[in-house]
Write a protein that binds this ligand. Structure first.
Ligand SMILES: NC(=O)c1ccc[n+]([C@@H]2O[C@H](COP(=O)([O-])OP(=O)(O)OC[C@H]3O[C@@H](n4cnc5c(N)ncnc54)[C@H](OP(=O)(O)O)[C@@H]3O)[C@@H](O)[C@H]2O)c1
Length: 276
Protein backbone atom coordinates (compact mmCIF):
# COMPACT_ATOMS: atom_id res chain seq x y z
CA UNK A 1 0.00 0.00 0.00
CA UNK A 2 1.28 3.51 -0.88
CA UNK A 3 0.29 5.67 2.05
CA UNK A 4 0.18 9.46 2.16
CA UNK A 5 -1.66 11.74 4.55
CA UNK A 6 -1.85 14.96 6.46
CA UNK A 7 -0.09 15.90 9.65
CA UNK A 8 -1.21 18.71 11.95
CA UNK A 9 -2.66 19.20 15.42
CA UNK A 10 -5.55 18.62 15.19
CA UNK A 11 -6.36 17.41 11.66
CA UNK A 12 -9.93 16.20 12.14
CA UNK A 13 -11.54 18.91 9.93
CA UNK A 14 -9.34 18.35 6.88
CA UNK A 15 -11.00 17.98 3.46
CA UNK A 16 -7.81 16.45 2.05
CA UNK A 17 -8.60 12.74 2.69
CA UNK A 18 -11.88 13.03 0.74
CA UNK A 19 -10.17 14.93 -2.07
CA UNK A 20 -7.13 12.65 -2.48
CA UNK A 21 -8.92 9.35 -1.98
CA UNK A 22 -11.44 10.37 -4.66
CA UNK A 23 -8.52 11.18 -6.98
CA UNK A 24 -6.87 7.78 -6.32
CA UNK A 25 -10.17 6.02 -7.03
CA UNK A 26 -10.76 8.02 -10.23
CA UNK A 27 -7.34 7.04 -11.60
CA UNK A 28 -7.65 3.39 -10.47
CA UNK A 29 -4.80 3.79 -7.97
CA UNK A 30 -6.26 1.15 -5.68
CA UNK A 31 -3.04 0.65 -3.76
CA UNK A 32 -2.90 4.30 -2.64
CA UNK A 33 -4.58 5.77 0.42
CA UNK A 34 -4.63 9.14 2.20
CA UNK A 35 -4.94 9.16 5.99
CA UNK A 36 -5.13 11.58 8.89
CA UNK A 37 -1.95 11.56 10.97
CA UNK A 38 -2.15 13.92 13.95
CA UNK A 39 1.23 14.83 15.47
CA UNK A 40 1.58 17.01 18.60
CA UNK A 41 3.81 20.05 17.89
CA UNK A 42 6.41 19.12 20.52
CA UNK A 43 7.33 15.80 18.85
CA UNK A 44 7.33 16.77 15.16
CA UNK A 45 10.73 15.23 14.33
CA UNK A 46 9.91 11.93 16.02
CA UNK A 47 6.43 11.93 14.49
CA UNK A 48 7.81 12.35 10.96
CA UNK A 49 10.38 9.55 11.45
CA UNK A 50 7.71 7.23 12.79
CA UNK A 51 5.41 7.82 9.81
CA UNK A 52 8.30 7.27 7.38
CA UNK A 53 10.08 4.32 9.02
CA UNK A 54 7.27 2.45 10.75
CA UNK A 55 4.08 3.80 9.19
CA UNK A 56 5.12 3.17 5.57
CA UNK A 57 4.18 6.67 4.47
CA UNK A 58 5.53 7.98 1.13
CA UNK A 59 4.79 11.59 1.96
CA UNK A 60 2.53 13.95 3.85
CA UNK A 61 0.77 17.28 3.66
CA UNK A 62 1.38 19.57 6.59
CA UNK A 63 -1.18 21.86 8.17
CA UNK A 64 -1.37 24.20 11.18
CA UNK A 65 0.50 24.46 13.48
CA UNK A 66 3.30 22.38 11.93
CA UNK A 67 4.06 24.10 8.59
CA UNK A 68 6.96 26.07 10.09
CA UNK A 69 7.98 23.40 12.61
CA UNK A 70 8.79 20.70 10.02
CA UNK A 71 11.39 22.84 8.18
CA UNK A 72 14.44 21.63 10.20
CA UNK A 73 13.53 18.01 9.40
CA UNK A 74 13.25 18.27 5.58
CA UNK A 75 15.23 19.54 2.59
CA UNK A 76 13.08 22.61 2.07
CA UNK A 77 13.20 24.05 -1.45
CA UNK A 78 13.79 27.71 -2.22
CA UNK A 79 10.06 28.57 -2.28
CA UNK A 80 9.32 26.93 1.07
CA UNK A 81 12.38 28.54 2.68
CA UNK A 82 11.41 31.97 1.36
CA UNK A 83 7.87 31.66 2.74
CA UNK A 84 9.02 29.92 5.90
CA UNK A 85 6.45 27.14 5.59
CA UNK A 86 6.37 23.60 4.16
CA UNK A 87 3.00 22.03 3.33
CA UNK A 88 4.11 18.99 1.31
CA UNK A 89 6.83 16.44 2.13
CA UNK A 90 8.13 13.56 0.01
CA UNK A 91 9.84 11.05 2.34
CA UNK A 92 11.52 9.27 -0.60
CA UNK A 93 14.00 12.13 -1.07
CA UNK A 94 13.33 14.05 2.14
CA UNK A 95 12.17 17.12 0.21
CA UNK A 96 9.71 19.71 1.43
CA UNK A 97 7.93 22.33 -0.62
CA UNK A 98 5.06 24.79 -0.42
CA UNK A 99 2.19 24.03 -2.80
CA UNK A 100 -0.10 26.72 -1.28
CA UNK A 101 1.60 29.25 -3.58
CA UNK A 102 1.05 27.01 -6.60
CA UNK A 103 -2.57 26.40 -5.59
CA UNK A 104 -3.25 30.10 -5.20
CA UNK A 105 -1.54 31.22 -8.40
CA UNK A 106 -3.04 28.32 -10.42
CA UNK A 107 -6.51 29.22 -9.16
CA UNK A 108 -6.09 32.88 -10.13
CA UNK A 109 -5.09 31.68 -13.60
CA UNK A 110 -8.04 29.27 -13.76
CA UNK A 111 -10.41 32.19 -13.08
CA UNK A 112 -8.63 34.41 -15.61
CA UNK A 113 -7.53 36.89 -12.93
CA UNK A 114 -4.60 38.95 -14.25
CA UNK A 115 -1.87 40.06 -11.87
CA UNK A 116 1.13 41.01 -14.02
CA UNK A 117 1.65 44.77 -13.64
CA UNK A 118 -1.47 45.05 -11.45
CA UNK A 119 -1.85 46.50 -7.98
CA UNK A 120 -3.11 43.98 -5.40
CA UNK A 121 -4.25 44.48 -1.79
CA UNK A 122 -3.43 41.55 0.50
CA UNK A 123 -5.39 41.47 3.77
CA UNK A 124 -3.47 39.61 6.49
CA UNK A 125 0.12 38.82 7.44
CA UNK A 126 0.01 35.18 8.56
CA UNK A 127 1.22 32.09 6.72
CA UNK A 128 -1.37 32.30 3.94
CA UNK A 129 -0.52 35.97 3.32
CA UNK A 130 3.19 35.12 3.05
CA UNK A 131 2.41 32.58 0.32
CA UNK A 132 0.15 35.07 -1.49
CA UNK A 133 2.62 37.97 -1.37
CA UNK A 134 5.44 35.71 -2.55
CA UNK A 135 3.40 34.37 -5.49
CA UNK A 136 1.96 37.73 -6.50
CA UNK A 137 5.19 39.76 -6.38
CA UNK A 138 7.12 36.96 -8.12
CA UNK A 139 4.47 37.03 -10.87
CA UNK A 140 4.92 40.77 -11.40
CA UNK A 141 2.20 42.39 -9.26
CA UNK A 142 2.78 45.25 -6.86
CA UNK A 143 1.32 44.41 -3.47
CA UNK A 144 0.01 46.49 -0.57
CA UNK A 145 -0.46 44.58 2.67
CA UNK A 146 -3.10 45.60 5.22
CA UNK A 147 -3.09 43.87 8.59
CA UNK A 148 -4.77 44.34 11.98
CA UNK A 149 -1.26 44.30 13.47
CA UNK A 150 0.75 46.43 11.00
CA UNK A 151 4.09 45.55 12.63
CA UNK A 152 3.52 41.91 11.71
CA UNK A 153 3.03 42.95 8.08
CA UNK A 154 6.29 44.95 8.19
CA UNK A 155 8.15 41.95 9.58
CA UNK A 156 6.64 39.71 6.88
CA UNK A 157 7.83 42.01 4.08
CA UNK A 158 11.27 42.41 5.64
CA UNK A 159 11.56 38.60 5.83
CA UNK A 160 10.41 38.14 2.22
CA UNK A 161 12.81 40.83 1.06
CA UNK A 162 15.72 39.10 2.81
CA UNK A 163 14.77 35.53 1.86
CA UNK A 164 13.54 36.07 -1.70
CA UNK A 165 14.61 39.61 -2.63
CA UNK A 166 10.97 40.71 -2.91
CA UNK A 167 10.82 44.51 -3.19
CA UNK A 168 7.54 45.43 -4.82
CA UNK A 169 5.38 45.45 -1.68
CA UNK A 170 4.45 47.89 1.07
CA UNK A 171 2.19 48.20 4.13
CA UNK A 172 -0.73 50.63 4.35
CA UNK A 173 -3.92 51.16 6.34
CA UNK A 174 -7.13 49.92 4.69
CA UNK A 175 -8.19 53.52 3.89
CA UNK A 176 -4.87 54.32 2.24
CA UNK A 177 -4.81 51.07 0.28
CA UNK A 178 -8.40 51.49 -0.97
CA UNK A 179 -7.70 55.09 -1.94
CA UNK A 180 -4.58 54.08 -3.93
CA UNK A 181 -6.75 51.60 -5.87
CA UNK A 182 -6.29 47.94 -6.82
CA UNK A 183 -7.62 45.46 -9.34
CA UNK A 184 -7.55 42.54 -6.89
CA UNK A 185 -8.07 42.18 -3.12
CA UNK A 186 -7.04 38.89 -1.51
CA UNK A 187 -8.39 38.02 1.93
CA UNK A 188 -5.68 36.03 3.71
CA UNK A 189 -7.14 36.59 7.19
CA UNK A 190 -9.36 34.08 8.93
CA UNK A 191 -12.12 36.70 9.32
CA UNK A 192 -15.46 35.45 8.00
CA UNK A 193 -14.59 31.79 8.48
CA UNK A 194 -17.28 29.51 9.90
CA UNK A 195 -18.81 29.94 12.50
CA UNK A 196 -18.19 33.74 12.35
CA UNK A 197 -19.85 33.99 8.94
CA UNK A 198 -21.25 37.51 9.44
CA UNK A 199 -17.78 39.02 9.84
CA UNK A 200 -15.74 40.59 7.06
CA UNK A 201 -12.13 41.76 6.87
CA UNK A 202 -13.30 44.84 4.92
CA UNK A 203 -14.27 47.75 7.22
CA UNK A 204 -17.78 49.05 6.54
CA UNK A 205 -17.75 52.52 5.01
CA UNK A 206 -14.42 52.15 3.20
CA UNK A 207 -15.27 52.25 -0.53
CA UNK A 208 -14.05 49.35 -2.65
CA UNK A 209 -11.83 50.22 -5.60
CA UNK A 210 -13.85 50.31 -8.87
CA UNK A 211 -14.29 47.03 -10.80
CA UNK A 212 -12.30 45.15 -8.20
CA UNK A 213 -12.01 41.35 -8.01
CA UNK A 214 -12.04 39.81 -4.52
CA UNK A 215 -10.35 36.49 -3.80
CA UNK A 216 -11.24 35.06 -0.39
CA UNK A 217 -8.92 32.29 0.83
CA UNK A 218 -11.61 31.35 3.33
CA UNK A 219 -13.59 28.43 1.85
CA UNK A 220 -15.96 27.61 4.70
CA UNK A 221 -18.50 29.00 3.90
CA UNK A 222 -17.98 28.84 0.15
CA UNK A 223 -19.62 32.26 -0.17
CA UNK A 224 -18.39 34.65 2.51
CA UNK A 225 -19.69 38.01 3.74
CA UNK A 226 -16.63 39.67 2.15
CA UNK A 227 -17.53 38.13 -1.22
CA UNK A 228 -21.11 39.38 -0.86
CA UNK A 229 -19.91 42.91 -0.07
CA UNK A 230 -17.81 43.02 -3.23
CA UNK A 231 -20.59 41.63 -5.39
CA UNK A 232 -23.01 44.21 -3.98
CA UNK A 233 -20.87 47.00 -5.45
CA UNK A 234 -20.64 45.26 -8.81
CA UNK A 235 -17.28 43.53 -8.28
CA UNK A 236 -16.44 39.89 -8.90
CA UNK A 237 -15.73 37.46 -6.04
CA UNK A 238 -13.99 34.09 -5.93
CA UNK A 239 -13.78 31.79 -2.88
CA UNK A 240 -10.76 29.80 -1.72
CA UNK A 241 -11.92 26.22 -2.38
CA UNK A 242 -10.09 26.18 -5.72
CA UNK A 243 -6.83 27.08 -4.00
CA UNK A 244 -7.28 24.22 -1.56
CA UNK A 245 -7.98 21.80 -4.40
CA UNK A 246 -5.08 23.00 -6.54
CA UNK A 247 -2.51 22.89 -3.72
CA UNK A 248 -3.70 19.31 -3.20
CA UNK A 249 -3.42 18.59 -6.91
CA UNK A 250 0.20 19.78 -6.88
CA UNK A 251 0.98 17.48 -3.92
CA UNK A 252 -0.78 14.57 -5.69
CA UNK A 253 1.54 15.02 -8.68
CA UNK A 254 4.65 15.16 -6.46
CA UNK A 255 3.73 11.83 -4.84
CA UNK A 256 2.28 9.90 -7.79
CA UNK A 257 4.07 11.50 -10.74
CA UNK A 258 0.64 11.76 -12.41
CA UNK A 259 -1.39 14.77 -13.33
CA UNK A 260 -4.24 15.17 -10.85
CA UNK A 261 -7.95 14.84 -11.73
CA UNK A 262 -8.71 18.38 -10.53
CA UNK A 263 -12.48 18.26 -11.22
CA UNK A 264 -12.84 15.01 -9.24
CA UNK A 265 -10.92 16.57 -6.35
CA UNK A 266 -13.08 19.69 -6.56
CA UNK A 267 -16.37 17.85 -6.27
CA UNK A 268 -15.06 15.56 -3.50
CA UNK A 269 -13.93 18.61 -1.51
CA UNK A 270 -17.25 20.37 -2.10
CA UNK A 271 -19.23 17.28 -1.04
CA UNK A 272 -17.14 16.84 2.10
CA UNK A 273 -17.61 20.52 2.90
CA UNK A 274 -21.38 20.44 2.51
CA UNK A 275 -21.58 17.30 4.67
CA UNK A 276 -20.11 19.28 7.62
N1 LIG B 1 -7.88 28.22 0.54
C1 LIG B 1 -6.78 27.64 0.97
O1 LIG B 1 -6.25 26.69 0.39
C2 LIG B 1 -6.11 28.19 2.20
C3 LIG B 1 -4.76 27.92 2.45
C4 LIG B 1 -4.17 28.49 3.60
C5 LIG B 1 -4.95 29.25 4.46
N2 LIG B 1 -6.27 29.47 4.17
C6 LIG B 1 -7.11 30.29 5.04
O2 LIG B 1 -6.49 31.56 5.21
C7 LIG B 1 -6.80 32.07 6.51
C8 LIG B 1 -5.51 32.51 7.21
O3 LIG B 1 -4.68 31.40 7.43
P1 LIG B 1 -3.20 31.57 8.05
O4 LIG B 1 -2.61 30.21 8.10
O5 LIG B 1 -2.47 32.66 7.38
O6 LIG B 1 -3.56 32.04 9.55
P2 LIG B 1 -2.64 32.85 10.56
O7 LIG B 1 -1.20 32.64 10.26
O8 LIG B 1 -3.19 32.56 11.91
O9 LIG B 1 -2.98 34.42 10.22
C9 LIG B 1 -4.24 34.94 10.51
C10 LIG B 1 -4.37 36.34 9.92
O10 LIG B 1 -5.72 36.80 10.14
C11 LIG B 1 -5.68 38.02 10.89
N3 LIG B 1 -6.84 38.03 11.80
C12 LIG B 1 -7.28 37.03 12.58
N4 LIG B 1 -8.37 37.42 13.27
C13 LIG B 1 -8.60 38.71 12.92
C14 LIG B 1 -9.60 39.66 13.27
N5 LIG B 1 -10.57 39.36 14.15
N6 LIG B 1 -9.56 40.88 12.71
C15 LIG B 1 -8.59 41.20 11.81
N7 LIG B 1 -7.61 40.33 11.43
C16 LIG B 1 -7.63 39.11 11.98
C17 LIG B 1 -4.38 38.00 11.64
O11 LIG B 1 -4.04 39.32 11.99
P3 LIG B 1 -2.95 39.61 13.15
O12 LIG B 1 -1.60 39.47 12.51
O13 LIG B 1 -3.26 41.01 13.56
O14 LIG B 1 -3.20 38.60 14.23
C18 LIG B 1 -3.46 37.39 10.57
O15 LIG B 1 -3.09 38.35 9.62
C19 LIG B 1 -7.55 30.95 7.24
O16 LIG B 1 -8.94 31.21 7.15
C20 LIG B 1 -7.22 29.70 6.45
O17 LIG B 1 -8.24 28.72 6.49
C21 LIG B 1 -6.86 28.95 3.06
Amino acid sequence: MNKVGIIGWPVTHSLSPAMHNAAFAALGLNDWSYELAPIPPDIVGKGLRTLRDEGGFIGVNVTVPLKEKVIPYVKADERARAIGAVNTIDFRDGSGTNTDVLGFMDDLRAYGIEVVGHRVIVLGAGGAARAAVYGLVRAGASVTVVNRTPQRAQVMLADLSLSAGLMNADVKTLDEAAEAGASLIVNCTSVGMWPNVQESPWIKGVPFPKNVVAYDMVYRPERTRFMEQVEQVGGRAVGGLGMLVRQGAAAFTIWTGLSAPVEVMFSAARNALSAR
